[in-house]
Design a protein around this ligand. Sequence first.
Ligand code: SF4
Ligand code: SF4
Length: 292
Amino acid sequence: MPRVPIGRAAVEKKGWFRANRWLLLRRTSQLLIIALFLIGPLAFVEWSDDAEEKIWLIKGSLASNVVLDTVPLSDPFIYLQTLLSGQAFEQTVLIGALIVTLFYLLVGGRVYCSWVCPMNIVTDSAGWLRRKLGLKKKCELSPNLRFWVLGLVMVMALVAGNLLWELVNPVTLLQRGLLYGMGAGWMVVAALFLYDLLWSRNGWCGHLCPMGAFYSLLGRLSLVRVRAVDREACNDCMDCFVVCPEPQVIRPALKGEDGVSPLIDESLCTNCGRCIDICGPEVFRFGGRFNK
Ligand code: SF4
Ligand code: SF4
């Protein structure tokens, strides 16, 4: 019997919007964050060319910024490299890194990947096109390789005394490119798109990106989790495994392999919610780590 197209059962059961709800929210979040940086200063007191009379919604970049000229936010991955490289930094950068770290400790480190990182749109698009074209994987790397790359990035910062990785970090290149113009950064982004499309399923984000590895370590004990609350309803259609960027995290919760907990407890889960969207029998839900 031919396979029912991925997601069709979910659309028929729940309607198109509910079958794509979390995907739409994630894309809105990712694009809104870029838009906020692009909007720049918002005339606050009165519209004027005088910079003193304007308040910035958000000033800076994903690496380090200030919200409403008040709250500093800094990327702890970049902050750690700065620390190891021995470079000087302002106290506000430390405060910003602590605020962001606390946030991801609570909601899940890889929420950064699926709700914030602009590269996720690129790699998700490659994955979507790969499925549409029916391309099969060609090269299988270990998902743990990213943790070795992460270690290498930190050693490079320590030994070189500067942020060498940030010169080629695709996340930084893309975000900076979207704000100030891409330049040669397009080549890195396009190369990773083609790599994911033609060579390896979820090749970059699921196997190599040190930033994703860093954030997964941050999210080990996070409170927000996806749960397979109704796993008896699972009809083994495998749609969730096909769309999940880290399919290995689903099996223990869905199949009850690790005891009886339906909690997706792997910190590599990005809390993207795509398994919730795509599941016709509505097996999955967002919940708390301690929910029954
Ligand atoms: S794995 Fe890396 S590139 Fe992919 S979404 Fe996460 S931070 Fe971005
Ligand atoms: S288990 Fe679900 S929420 Fe987690 S990464 Fe996979 S599809 Fe996304």
